[in-house]
Design a protein around this ligand. Sequence first.
Ligand code: UD1
Ligand code: CA
Length: 445
Amino acid sequence: MPLTAVVLAAGLGTRMRSPVAKVLHPLLGRPMVRWIVDALQAQGADVVVVVHHHEEQVRGALADAGVRFARQTAPRGTGDALLAALPELPDGGPVLVTAGDTPLLRAESVGRLLGQHHGPATVAAFEARDPTGYGRVVEGVGIVEEAACTPRQREIRLVNSGFYVFDAAYLRRKLPALEPHPPKGEYWLTDLVDARAKVVAGFGEEEFLGVNDRAALAEARDILSRRINRAWAAQGVEFDSLEHALVEVGVRLEPGARVGYGTAIRGESRVAGDLGENCVVVDSIVEAGATVRAGSVCEGAVVRAGAVVGPLARLRPGARVEAGAHVGNFCEVKNATLHPGAKVNHLSYVGDASIGAGTNVGAGAITCNYDGVQKHRTEVGAGVFIGTNVSLVAPVTVGDGAIVGAGTVVGQDVPADAIAVGRPELKIHPGRAEKLRARKRAAKG
Ligand code: UD1
Ligand code: CA
């Protein structure tokens, strides 16, 4: 029998104090609601998402998720939300129902509740350290919302997780008959969980953390991050700290990769190499045997085996650091290839360029790639020596084996094996330093 799951995601999320829909806040590269959809789909469920507030954005964010949508005309409570999904539900069989703001729900728990389901309604319950705000599980009664609890019932710590399995035929019969609760006239889904419902306790509180504000969002991020890091560590990835590393869900790591303390890996990155402390790697490839040292930022870059980047280097989109090439501290590389063994070790900018194999680029050398209107390319051949503080004014080419002297402004092509030096004349006035100082002191008074 096909399994249907409903995610209630029509609420506003006022406490987030955010212009973004609550369920769309990103958690490690995936919107919050997508985590729940994925957990449900992992158990083979056909997912229906109930929307109202920020409807277009929620539909957009789930456009490729293979879900159906139901529209609540006004958010009149969780019972009304599920009623809105009724036309999308089968006539019989189990229907999973969960909130859109509990992203820590795991696929295993979905399977567990389903396996225990029996009768008209089954609810996942847990012991809350602080039950405030939750519906209480009252024996012989069902779920009693906090607003309706007697002082005695308020003491109960076994609470409703908001995650249920219902029999579809039961929903068809009961949902349209729900009565509104004063003073707000809300329809409570929990009214369907009465004394006959099966309560499955023993779920972990952490899994049902409701993300209602940004503090809870950060808490959820920490928990998910630890889960992801643990799973990679089990696959043979070395972490300096499971706590202080952030690996987004779209990232792929290889056994033997290392993730340094404080490092974040985002987007579609693939890492098999060694990342030092406090690096940021976005949509980049770091091959096995490559090293990215502390404090470096790689975005849309490729770092091949044997290459060394950093510390404190910045690779921007289109940077390719080939085998054995080096990019050192305070260097920026953009849309440029450093061929095997090329070295750019100190304080350089290399943009829109190709640096040939084995070429050495001296400290402070810069490609002047932008003329104020357009970008131009710099082509430097193999085995070239570029001296300190050279300006390569693009478009320009330096042939294989050439030597460019320190401080030279290269405004025209340099042929292979040539020496190019251009320096302003240096004037030396022996013994004049003290005279100059005396004059300046006198002027100062
Ligand atoms: C609900 C339960 C409570 C349970 C708690 C668990 C009810 C009446 N109470 O309370 O027993 O302990 O969850 O976290 O169900 N939503 C809609 N449309 C609406 C109202 C809500 O789609 O009209 C969605 C929200 O976006 C949210 C979910 O339903 O994702 C739960 O709503 P919320 O208002 O957060 O319910 P709680 O007060 O937390
Ligand atoms: Ca809630």
